[in-house]
Ligand binder design. Structure first.
Ligand SMILES: NC(=O)c1ccc[n+]([C@@H]2O[C@H](COP(=O)([O-])OP(=O)(O)OC[C@H]3O[C@@H](n4cnc5c(N)ncnc54)[C@H](O)[C@@H]3O)[C@@H](O)[C@H]2O)c1
Length: 348
């Protein structure tokens, strides 16, 4: 079977994870092009990963032809345009989180993907952490009852002035689209929705409390009513110094048991609470496995998601994380912002 030909748009920080992942998937994938509005950055990136073609715009890269999939690794307000250009040319899309900063942009992308019959996957690489998969499997096996009745998700980080000064787009509403909810929390929000299903209504508060050198919110809290009848709590902060738990969720099943996912570092996560009675004998083994797993057979978790995308394209099925999943996360974030502005709950 021929290898799928990938291109990357935006060759800054996270693009390296995509390139390293694609190198690990070289039996099935070939990274043949990259583009960045900073042409020297694209050239250096191409040299590092031996990519044959470097461009100074996504459009030029996509117009050159020969691509099957594009990975969009630009800042969030620059996600929609390359995805639209790709779909129009029959090229599949992988886009970094959050899918887009706004719902109208997400809807335009979903419409284009549906119209042109291409695949779209929004990056949520932490879904492939063994501890995260274990929760999904327990839910699917009915070990938590027929639904999750209470879910809490958190992002507890520290970001300082140097972080926001790193790139011009960080810290402003027009160039970042939001703060701790928009940038740091999509992973947690995706976990909560993946486990609890679609949300119905949200009420939130957000504020910039101790990062006066940026516009966007540094703390946010919200409560969610899910369509299942379950209830959710969202907490995000970039004010916790030192950070405590980077990303995580705690879920209470209808039949009683509680499970949790606690992500500490990029590739480390554990189920620090797991009260499902029949699993108690396995906990020590799971803990040991999670501590030694790292990212397993691949150099990072992006590789697991990109492998899923390759399989989805070849088999004609949906990717594990769809565009609709990405849109649901954007709806939660925008729901929190709107609710905080109006003081009212927002229907989703
Ligand atoms: N999945 C994760 O864990 C994870 C981690 C970090 C960042 N991200 C996401 O990745 C995205 C990029 O973040 P980053 O930290 O790599 O940013 P970055 O600033 O390091 O890199 C972005 C690159 O995009 C380029 N760019 C900007 N506009 C462009 C355009 N229109 N066309 C082509 N190139 C353009 C910039 O020149 C820059 O080189 C963000 O959406 C962020 O949320 C995801």
């Amino acid at each position: 079977m021929s290898r799928l030909r990938f291109g990357i748009v935006g060759t800054g920080g996270i693009a390296h994870h995509h390139a390293v992942a694609l190198q690990a998937l070289s039996a099935d994938a070939e990274l043949i092009a990259c583009a960045d509005v900073q042409p020297e950055r694209a050239r250096q990136f191409a040299a590092t990963y031996e990519i044959p073609h470097a461009y100074d715009s996504a459009r030029k890269m996509l117009d050159a032809g020969g691509l099957d999939v594009v990975c969009v690794c630009t800042p969030h307000p620059q996600h929609a345009e390359p995805l639209l250009l790709a779909a129009e040319r029959g090229i599949h899309g992988v886009v970094e989180k959050p899918m887009t900063p706004t719902l109208p942009e997400a809807d335009r992308v979903l419409e284009a993907v549906a119209k042109h019959g291409t695949k779209l996957s929004v990056v949520s690489q932490r879904r492939w952490l063994p501890a995260a998969q274990r929760i999904r499997q327990a839910i699917d096996a009915g070990k938590l009852g027929s639904r999750i009745i209470l879910g809490e998700t958190y992002c507890e980080m520290w970001r300082d002035a140097a972080y926001y000064a790193r790139d011009a787009w960080r810290g402003r509403w027009d160039t970042e689209g939001g703060g701790v909810m928009m940038n740091q929390s999509p992973h947690n929000l995706d976990f909560l929705l993946w486990y609890m299903g679609p949300a119905d209504e949200i009420f939130g508060y957000w504020s910039n409390i101790n990062h006066p050198y940026v516009e966007i919110e540094d703390n946010a809290v919200a409560v969610i009513k899910f369509k299942s009848g379950g209830l959710g709590i969202v907490k995000g902060t970039v004010s916790m110094n030192p950070p405590r738990r980077i990303h995580g969720v705690t879920l209470v099943g209808e039949s009683g048991p509680t499970v949790s996912l606690d992500c500490w570092e990029f590739a480390t996560a554990q189920n620090d609470i797991w009260t499902i009675p029949e699993d108690q004998a396995k906990l020590a083994e799971w803990r040991q496995h999670d501590q030694s797993f790292g990212s397993g057979e691949f150099p990072n978790f992006h590789a697991y998601q990109l492998r899923d995308v390759i399989d989805a394209i070849r088999l004609g099925r949906d990717p594990a994380v769809t565009g609709e999943d990405g849109r649901r996360v954007v709806a939660i974030i925008q729901g929190i912002y709107e609710s905080g502005r109006t003081g009212r709950p927002v229907k989703l």
